[in-house]
Write a protein that binds this ligand. Structure first.
Ligand SMILES: Cc1ncc(COP(=O)(O)O)c(C=O)c1O
Length: 482
């Protein structure tokens, strides 16, 4: 007995001993009223100090797991562990349709699994080596010393007030009229969209969006049972004639659009088109959910204002965003900016579902933003990504014979091959040569896009970007005759 007690480095020894003894008692290896070794014996046996054993025994006694008898020692107390015969349930049978669908649509599970050492163009996450960890630590310490007690307690469902104020001002600087609007803080963009869809009445049960579009959004639309009407993308944004036709033919509960550095095509909707979009949807009284996720990743050209700026004091746009692509996606902090009354109701939905987003995370993010680190970091990140973007574009032009390449900025490019060339077959062949990318069909609303793929370059070294694209191009040429 006790010979399987193994110590790990970074945990107090008395806690490890306490946990070990507790487990032995709970599992029935030490029986009720059994005498435990004396503190002297056990410290000798395990080569630990006597004080450590004393501390462990004291904690166990306080928890009522052991008891001491003066002059006799320590004994195992009464532990009731009710053991009933175990049964095997079939959980799969008990899952609802949406969960089974979520499982089926879970790209992470279905991805071709890349191995270490491969060149992966799959990710469109930020490059973590760029993360400004030192200043984030500083922001953490500052906020904790100012109000650690407050941020560790329950907070408001709507979000951490200073962050909301900051973001309202941030959106105002972008040109948005914030009068009659408010913000709800969410766990990233994705939860924001989920809360919104969960809150809207299903009238037509239809959503209109760009085709292709963000896979996570498509997944949510499907899980919520919405019928999806995808509209083709042109080089300057959604095909407005097709939108007009669809709006005349059918009703929609809302439209979902990504006007800047669209995922997956990377296209920036022109200002003329932004204007036309607003006119059309306003005429048909259909709300737009604007995804602002990539707005900050502009490398050149003039600034294009969010769609929300076009509606002035109007309330037909729900703007959802996060700093996931430019700051720290692991923080899971995003926001919904919308009509005040709508936010009031979404706040109740948020409270009902998750109480609130971590106040600590919001508070540290606020401090980081407030201290001006974001602007500095953004400058650095933009210049690094711009270089990678230009390199990737240039390499694609040089090595890949594509029909169309799009991507006006952001962290990825989108390639359309000649009709009939299957990007999944290309992927299989490239995988054998150590290169992976995202086949574009997963972003399509209607099963199209078999000849497309997305190249995320943000987390790759320059030489890997070029080498990977060259391998894709050579494979296309040599193995697929393109
Ligand atoms: C179109 C789009 N919107 C939003 C996001 C960010 O989502 P989240 O804030 O939940 O990480 C992404 C991330 O890839 C995206 O591609």
């Amino acid at each position: 007995m006790f010979n399987d007690f193994k110590l790990v480095d970074d945990r107090p020894v008395y806690v490890q001993l306490k946990d070990y003894l507790k487990e032995m008692i709970m599992k029935g290896h030490l029986l009720e009223h059994q005498k435990l070794p004396s503190t002297r014996e056990l410290s000798k046996l395990l080569s630990i100090s006597r004080n450590t054993v004393l501390n462990a025994y004291a904690d166990l006694e306080q928890e009522g797991i052991i008891y001491a008898v003066k002059g006799k020692g320590n004994f195992v107390g009464k532990v009731t562990t009710l053991k009933t015969p175990s049964i095997e349930l079939n959980w799969k049978e008990r899952l609802n349709k949406a969960t089974l669908l979520a499982d089926e649509l879970d790209l992470i599970r279905q991805d071709i699994h890349w191995k270490k050492g491969m060149i992966s163009f799959n990710s469109v996450a930020p490059e973590e080596k760029l993360f400004d960890v030192e200043n984030f630590k500083r922001a953490f310490l500052t906020r904790m010393s100012m109000e650690g007690d407050i941020v560790l307690n329950y907070g408001y469902a709507k979000g951490y007030k200073p962050l909301i104020e900051y973001l309202l001002h941030y959106m105002e600087i972008k040109g948005v009229d914030i009068s009659n609007k408010d913000i709800l803080i969410t766990n990233g963009f994705t939860e924001g969209l989920d809360i919104l869809i969960s809150s809207l009445a299903k009238k037509s049960g239809r959503v209109l969006c760009e085709n292709p579009t963000h896979h996570a959004a498509l997944k949510l639309f499907r899980l919520h049972g919405l019928e999806i009407q995808g509209i083709d993308m042109q080089d300057d944004g959604i095909d407005i004639d097709q939108v007009e036709k669809s709006l005349l033919e059918k009703d929609f509960d809302f439209a979902y659009l990504i006007p800047s550095y669209h995922n997956p095509t990377g296209i920036v909707t022109s200002s003329e088109k932004r204007n036309a979009i607003i006119q059309l949807f306003s005429k048909h009284q259909i709300p737009i959910v604007e995804d602002g996720f990539n707005e900050e990743l502009r490398y050149s050209g003039s600034h294009l204002a969010p769609l929300m700026t076009f509606i002035g004091a109007g309330n037909s746009i729900v703007y959802i965003s996060s700093f996931s692509k430019i700051l720290f996606p692991g923080l899971r902090v995003g926001w919904i900016l919308a009509d005040k009354q709508l936010i009031h109701c979404l706040e109740s939905m948020k409270r009902a579902r998750t109480i609130h987003t971590s106040t600590l995370d919001q508070a540290v993010l606020y401090q980081y933003l407030q201290d001006g680190y974001f602007e500095k970091y953004l400058k650095k990140a933009r210049s690094v990504y711009k270089k990678k973007y230009e390199l990737a574009r240039q390499a694609c032009k040089q090595y890949i014979s594509f029909k169309r390449m799009t991507g006006d900025g952001g962290l990825h490019l989108f390639i359309e091959l000649e009709e009939g060339i299957n990007a999944r077959i290309l992927l299989e062949k490239c995988y054998k040569k150590g290169v992976v990318f995202y086949p574009g069909d997963v972003f399509y609303t209607n099963g199209g896009g078999s000849n497309t793929f997305r190249l995320g370059f943000s987390r790759l070294q320059d030489e890997d970007i070029v080498r990977g694209i060259q391998i894709i191009g050579d494979t296309l040429k040599n193995d697929m005759g393109s």
